[in-house]
Design a protein around this ligand. Sequence first.
Ligand SMILES: [Zn+2]
Length: 217
Amino acid sequence: MSCSAGGTNPYICQMVGCFEPATEPIPLPEGEGNLFLCAKHRAQYLAGELSLRHIASMRARYIHDMRVKRLNRLYDERGNLCEILRRDDPIYRECFPDGFAQAYITHVDYHVVKGWHMHLKQKDHFFGVYGRAKVVLYDEREDSPTQGLINEIILTPERPLLVQIPERVWHGFMALSLEGAGILNFPTRLYDYADPDEYRRDPHTGGIPYSWAVKDR
Ligand SMILES: [Zn+2]
């Protein structure tokens, strides 16, 4: 689960559309790595109701080194509580070599796009505080096994996620909800106003093969 180790995201179920937390990894035959499934899909696999072939055809493909962690929201009669990031979390231990840098919240208005952005040295950690945001990542890295891949992730407090965006991966976001959306970010480096590690491209004409328009279907 090292920060630079590639491949699959160990935090959530690998089945497309399932964002439940992953349980114990299941080793795959012929050194093909590990399979990460939620409790329900793991039980179905172990009971023989889900074949490896079916899983392979239904497997979510994430950008190399990207991480998506499902967070737990605890409810009781007073309300609820959701931990976002802890010092003893593997994401923090392995990906914040200099320790805490800063946290900020960014609001985006309805249907406005903030992006494209990219950092050479910094990872971002996005958490959706309110509203519903579409976060899009584009892997342009020539040395990446997932070069050319686009990932779309919906951030909403109803299904709390922490999304880690690797260095050199283009990213942007758009609010889908009328009230706009708020994203809390924990970057791994301090923002340097004199020499920002931030590169930008136009969201619509910047050469990234993605249309922000919401497609009716
Ligand atoms: Zn699942």
